[in-house]
Design a protein around this ligand. Structure first.
Ligand code: ATP
Ligand code: MG
Length: 166
């Protein structure tokens, strides 16, 4: 298990960290985003998309649970928001939304990057190798976030290693 902790002091800084990660992704990575409401999960996915060369707008999905974006390099960004799922979603809940297929089926392929907000809600469904991205709001500085990135397997560790953060 490998961890990297970064502190950002603005929305733009979080975006820029995510953008650098986005450039390092090769496909097949699963990113599990965790953190309170407004912590910056969607902001992170927006930066990630920019780094991957996604042109379409990444929004915070209100009713839609899953959004797909094609990147210029042929990768596909699948953006999932599990907020609307029950506190501890079951396999049946996830199947209803087509999530199980994304995680285990042919869709979860080598060209796809899966970024999941509120990933803790579907913890039981997630693969063993993932990059956990935890965003914590600073109590003293309202625009500061501590971002802890933890790789739990080979592929996620590779992505973490190629993240050029000085
Ligand atoms: N350092 C920072 N990093 C990221 N966002 C920040 C930072 N400082 C302030 N913000 C603000 O915090 C908000 C983060 O919103 P965002 O939608 O990304 O959060 P979220 O975690 O996706 O929320 P939700 O749980 O509702 O999905 C934005 O309004 C952003 O401008
Ligand atoms: Mg969000």
């Amino acid at each position: 298990m490998q961890t990297l902790t970064v502190k950002t002091r603005s929305h733009e800084e979080t975006r820029s960290v995510a953008e650098r990660l986005g450039r390092a992704l090769r496909g097949g990575e699963v990113l599990a985003l965790c953190g309170d409401l407004g912590a910056g999960k969607t902001t992170f996915v927006q930066g990630l998309a920019a780094g991957m060369g996604v042109r379409s707008r990444v929004t915070s999905p209100t009713f839609i649970l899953i959004n797909e974006h094609l990147a210029e390099n042929g990768l596909r960004l699948v953006h999932v928001d599990a907020y609307r799922l029950a506190e501890q979603a079951t396999l049946a809940d996830a199947a209803t939304f087509g999530l199980t297929d994304l995680l285990t089926g042919p869709d979860g392929d080598e060209r796809t990057v899966l970024a999941i907000e509120w990933a803790d809600r579907i913890a039981a469904l997630l693969p063993a190798d993932l990059l956990r991205i935890e965003l914590v709001i600073d109590l003293e500085e309202p625009d500061a976030r501590t971002i802890r990135l933890t790789a739990t397997g080979e592929r996620s560790a590779e992505a973490l290693h190629s993240l050029p953060i000085a």
